[in-house]
Write a protein that binds this ligand. Structure first.
Ligand SMILES: Nc1nc2c(c(=O)[nH]1)N[C@H]1C(S)=C(S)[C@@H](COP(=O)(O)O)O[C@H]1N2
Ligand SMILES: [Mo]
Length: 338
């Protein structure tokens, strides 16, 4: 294809980046298998950005010939975008899964988040104003061609990964690699943002169960009486997953009727908290054991959430209070803020 006008390349790149960012956030949230489409769309958006690189490089080279203010910020943006693409492709294929001990998925997300403010600045400082003719038949055909080529590139990459037996072929649909299944001791201890493992005295620790009217407390001994088993997968957005046998008490046993409640708030001794839709109650387990042994402090001793089909950040550790509330579950930030 002949190079399109710079303005259209820039608009296409902006569209691809917005799609990549939205689907990236979606991929982090996806826990059950319909979410696979979001993850695939994320791969397509990323490869579309890759396809636009040659055209964008020409624009950048021309731009660099004029000494404009903000060129260093623009170059930093380009570097972060490259780092995001390389870590994304490296992790997806399994070619580069970590760099100096840091998990590639973490680097991918960090680079993507750092580039957001720069990208916003760049769009404001070098605006490419859309025109009516941007929606001409010709542009739409070009966009369709671009989409088709990136789909082809996606299929080709996936085939190379599969046929070449690259580690990427063993990923779950979320993109995570298996780590420490059926061996809780070798499963990573993961903190969402800035939490830390609290010191909890099992003798004085209580679980407070609040049903909207009353509340009551359960000791660890009380909870030891329950031994419902659930085998399920914990899938961290940091790019690993593990299957374990969890033992504990179903939330629906502790809260048999939900009344008018719309959500269940689960709070950790650290203050970390998550709001579940009441429809989740049938599936939620409060686990005291993993692999038949009491939870380690890092994995949430004495009590943690097991939420089949939900990503790791829903699996609140060090639980000390569960409470039915009238508040809808979606009245919370899409991701925990601490
Ligand atoms: N209180 C609390 N619970 C938490 C977190 C946290 O930071 N604080 N991290 C969550 C995240 S991101 C994941 S992936 C799982 C990890 O569980 P693990 O450390 O037992 O592997 O715990 C979740 N529960
Ligand atoms: Mo996580």
């Amino acid at each position: 294809m002949r190079a399109p006008p710079a303005r259209r390349t820039n608009l296409a790149l902006l569209a691809a980046l917005l799609l990549a960012f939205a689907t990236g956030a979606g991929a982090v949230a996806a826990g059950s298998s319909p979410g696979r489409w979001v993850v695939i769309a994320h791969g397509l958006a990323g490869l579309t950005v890759v396809l636009l690189v040659p055209w964008k490089s020409r624009i950048i080279r021309r731009g660099l010939q004029r000494a404009r203010r903000g060129r260093w910020a623009s170059l930093l943006l380009a570097a972060l975008a490259s780092a995001t693409l390389l870590t994304g492709i490296g992790y997806a294929t399994g070619m580069v899964r970590s760099a100096s001990g840091v998990r590639g998925m973490w680097l991918h997300v960090a680079a993507a988040l750092l580039l957001v403010p720069l990208a916003i600045w760049h769009v404001l400082a070098r605006p490419a104003r859309p025109r009516g003719t941007d929606l001409s038949r010709r542009t739409l055909l070009r966009a369709a061609a671009l989409g088709t080529v990136s789909a082809g590139l996606y299929v080709a990459t996936a085939s190379v990964v599969r046929l070449g037996g690259l580690p990427g072929a063993r990923r779950r649909f979320t993109g995570s690699y298996e780590t420490g299944s059926f061996d809780p001791d070798s499963m990573p201890n993961t903190i969402w943002l800035d939490d830390s493992t609290p010191r909890i005295d099992p003798d004085t620790w209580r679980l407070v169960v609040a049903d909207g009217q009353d509340e009551h407390e359960l000791s660890l001994d009380d909870l030891a009486a329950f031994d419902v088993h659930v085998r399920t997968i914990l899938d961290c957005t940091g790019g690993w997953y593990a299957q374990q046998d969890w033992t504990g008490v179903p939330v629906s046993t502790l809260l048999p009727s939900t009344g008018d409640a719309r959500s269940l708030q689960v709070r950790s001794a650290t203050g970390y908290s998550i709001r579940f839709p009441v429809d989740d109650l049938d599936r939620l387990l409060l686990a005291t054991r993993a692999g038949g042994k009491p939870l380690s402090p890092g994995h949430g001793f004495p009590l943690r959430v097991v939420a089949p089909g939900r990503r790791g950040f829903w699996w609140v550790k060090w639980v000390e209070r569960i409470e039915l509330q009238a508040t809808p579950w979606w009245l919370q930030p899409p991701f925990p803020l601490t």
